[in-house]
Design a protein around this ligand. Structure first.
Ligand SMILES: [Zn+2]
Length: 406
């Protein structure tokens, strides 16, 4: 028998909290963001449906679930953003700057950021760990559903539970994404891109993803096997049975006022052959320089990323990286010329690429580092593992689960 039947709360469109469900028993805290981009409403629709259903199923709930609307002002206008992209503002420096501004001089997204920032801080302060953050998005092109994560082991283990593609390390290319900020707080955080913006299947994929997530995180007990298996199957089908880990090898950036036109008909995860014309940029044709896999081609006016290229990370490399991180290989690397710690806290490596040219970026990725370019010859490599609050999750069922071996 359920110990608690949560009440679904209907909230107006202008309300920041789409729903809050509080379990009778202690447990984890989940925070799900929907519509950080205002034209991506599949997450809002899916989340509302899940909240209603939780009420009907009235099953046992543990901990807390907060469903939060992202860019409220842009959602009301159906635009990705109004002044600037809310998912590119989340750096510590920028947040401090926004806080210091006079309220009347803040831009629309700056105000949105502050409200979300307060909410996140309050939840983390008051609620009990472990914390899980989910950010729901859709893309302008057709795509298989996929997860995006910063490559900390806790994220990798958790995301490998889902039957969908996982793309690592997008934060190296996107400055100021909300999930990167959450990651620096050390919590499990997963982005889910459920499909094309207005495709009905994007809502359905989100619903299946959310149910699986709530179950994996331990917020809902398994309602019944058939129900959950149905959602797992739905996602397997939508992902066409694929569930690889990818790394990004290239980002095609569009600067302000530049003209960019993606050639018609490309999809995310589509294989393209060397020489294929991918886009026109300022009137010039952009060709694929080698056989490659296309990722998130841009088919909307707003946005700074024309497309990405990705490649599958082989399973052996994923396993090797687990081992390297476990033995903390970087402690040996700093003996080598051209590699040193960036400071006494050992949170980052300073790499002189002229001297230490024998190591590629992919190698540092294996060790859990993300790069920040200082100049032509120098990189700072930040260690994601040192920020991660691994201890918080060590006793969760999925941490050592055989399925989450990556
Ligand atoms: Zn988005």
């Amino acid at each position: 028998m359920p110990t608690f039947a949560p009440k679904a709360v209907k909230t107006p469109k202008t309300s920041r909290i789409l729903g809050h469900i509080k379990g009778a028993k202690k447990g984890p805290t989940a925070i799900i963001f929907c519509g950080i981009h205002g034209n991506e409403m599949a997450g809002v629709k899916a989340m509302s449906q899940v909240i209603n259903k939780i009420n009907l199923l009235s099953q046992e709930i543990r901990g807390n679930l907060f469903a939060i609307r992202g860019n409220l002002a842009a959602q009301l206008k159906g635009q990705r953003f109004l002044d600037e992209d809310l998912n590119r503002l989340w750096t510590k420096e920028r947040i401090e700057k926004i806080k210091a501004k006079e309220a009347s001089t803040r831009g629309i997204e700056e105000q949105e950021l502050l409200e979300l920032h307060h909410l996140i801080s309050d939840i983390v302060k008051v609620q009990s760990p472990p914390f899980y953050f989910i950010d729901l998005h859709t893309t302008s092109s057709k795509t298989l559903p996929f997860l995006t994560i910063n490559d900390a082991m806790i994220n990798r283990k958790f995301s490998s539970l889902f039957p969908a593609q996982v793309v690592l390390g997008i934060e190296e290319y996107l400055e100021g994404a909300l999930l990167s900020y959450i990651n620096q707080m050390g919590y499990v955080s997963v982005g889910f891109e459920s499909g094309q913006h207005t495709d009905e299947a994007s809502v359905e994929n989100n619903i299946s993803f959310i149910w699986l997530f709530l179950f994996f995180a331990g917020i809902v007990a398994e309602p019944n096997e058939i129900f959950l298996e149905g959602h797992r199957r739905r996602l397997v089908e939508a992902a066409q049975g694929t569930s690889n880990f990818y790394e990004i090898t290239y980002r095609h950036q569009i600067k302000k006022k530049e003209e960019f036109l993606m050639m018609n008909g490309f999809e995310s995860f589509e294989k393209v052959l060397k020489g294929t014309v991918l886009a026109k940029h300022n009137g010039k044709e952009i060709h694929a320089r080698q056989d490659t896999v296309l990722f998130m081609p841009l088919y909307q006016k707003q946005g700074e990323d024309g497309f990405f290229l990705i490649r599958i990370i082989p399973k052996w490399a994923l396993r090797a990286s687990l081992f390297f991180r476990w033995i903390r290989l970087e402690n040996l690397l700093v003996i080598l010329p051209g590699i040193s710690w960036n400071g006494p806290q050992k949170q980052a490596l300073l790499v002189n690429t002229k001297i230490a040219r024998f190591f590629t970026e992919s190698f540092f990725h294996l060790l859990g580092y993300r790069k920040k370019i200082i100049d032509k010859n120098r990189l700072i490599m930040y260690n994601r593992e040192r920020f991660a609050q691994t201890e918080m999750y060590r006793h969760e069922w999925w941490y050592d689960h055989r399925k989450s071996q990556y």
